[in-house]
Design a binder for this molecule. Structure first.
Ligand code: SF4
Length: 370
């Protein structure tokens, strides 16, 4: 096991939402409170079982969803404390996703219990867009939420933005980006809205008048530029941060490092193996795990690493695998250079911003072995 993988990250899925947003494909249910405690007990029990076999320090803990804040700060602390009694926490980054519609959320309790990063699903700083997205919060609720988190001592806050949503214009997008910067948050994630089959958005796709591929590319490049103008540096296709404020947990995914995922639909990569829980409470309560092959080979490492702005660096690659980046990948990267999709130097290669827009195709070209 590479030295960098002596530690492990833990992801805990909180699969509850107040109501389902019409574009969303994540696994979550609109259960009532009675389900929360049963679920928490099941998560704690899984954790105790894993702790018997995983003797590794935990340096990132991420509560995602769903809407983790829906279960309340007290239950989140119960879960966090269960993790710390099962595992050795090593200067951990502890993140929780928060929905700003929950005005009575107790940020102070979280801060006192060691949580140190908040991720807020802002999506837009324009009320008309939030309504069309079916979001429950308003811009002013988001404003209050951020201020409360900051007053409680959180100095590592991320805001999510969505690009290419119904009725979004360049001006409205600029307002959303300015809102993030004016609130002095440390991190911004900006994702292009993706139509997921089976969602209400998918069914109504012709009526939504969403931008086509070329327009999406223009919006993406515009957003990247504007976010960087406010001093955030892009470090991944959709992620920007102030200095040293990248998401340590998400970097584990892109660096192809190991993590344990607990909850319905949560994926894990542990001891070289990938596995996941199915998308149902029944599967999770029955502890039904599906094996998903092995992970961590050079191809997977490149595939994930090329999502990062730094791309693939020789030194890191050698440290991980014990040998140099195979020439074929350098040669393939060189070929993509003339299209302006890749940059290379003697120590590695990375996708350009235009390359990010067609990342799957470019990565497939770089990985070609014939
Ligand atoms: S709150 Fe988040 S997870 Fe829940 S339905 Fe909306 S987008 Fe999906």
């Amino acid at each position: 096991m590479p030295a960098s993988q002596n530690t492990v990250g833990i992801y805990i899925h909180i699969p509850f939402c107040e109501r389902k947003c019409p574009y969303c494909d994540f696994y979550s249910a609109t259960s009532d409170e009675s389900e929360f405690d049963r679920y928490i007990a099941a998560v704690c029990s899984r954790m105790e079982t894993y702790a018997q076999t995983i003797q590794r320090k935990v340096d990132t803990l991420y509560f995602g969803g769903g809407t983790p804040s829906i279960i309340g700060a007290k239950r989140l602390c119960t879960l966090k404390n269960a993790v710390s009694s099962c595992f050795h926490l090593d200067s951990p980054e502890i993140t929780v996703e928060v929905n700003p519609a929950k005005n009575d959320f107790d940020f102070e309790l979280l801060r006192k219990n060691g949580f140190n990063r908040i991720s807020i699903g802002l999506q837009s700083a324009n009320d008309n867009e939030l309504q069309l997205l079916g979001r429950l919060h308003s811009v002013s609720q988001a404003d209050i939420g951020i201020q409360k988190a900051q007053a409680a001592g959180f100095d590592n806050i991320s805001l999510d933005l969505m690009l290419c949503t119904p009725q979004q214009t360049k001006d409205s997008l600029l307002r959303s980006i300015a809102f993030c910067a004016e609130h002095h948050v440390q991190h911004i994630s900006a994702y292009i809205l993706k139509l997921e089959e089976g969602t209400p958005y998918w069914q109504n796709r012709t009526k939504l008048h969403l931008p086509d591929d070329d327009e999406q590319a223009e919006v993406y490049l515009f957003a990247c530029e504007q976010i960087e103008n406010y001093g955030y540096k892009q470090y991944e296709i959709s992620n920007f941060s102030q200095k040293n404020r990248q998401s340590r947990h998400n970097l584990k995914y892109w660096h192809d490092e190991e993590y344990l995922g607990i909850g319905p639909s949560a994926h894990s990569f542990l001891n070289g193996k990938r596995f996941y829980y199915g998308r149902s409470f029944d599967d999770f309560y029955a502890d039904t795990i599906t094996a998903d092959g092995t992970g961590g080979d050079t191809e997977e490492y490149l595939m994930l690493g090329l999502r990062l702005s730094e791309g693939i660096r020789s030194e890191r690659f050698k440290k991980r695998f014990g040998f140099d980046i195979p020439d074929i990948y350098f040669q393939n990267a060189e070929k993509m250079k003339k299209y302006g999709l890749v940059k290379t130097d003697q120590n590695g290669f990375q996708l350009t911003r235009s390359g990010f827009l067609v990342s799957n195709a470019v990565i497939a070209e770089i990985l070609k072995n014939d």
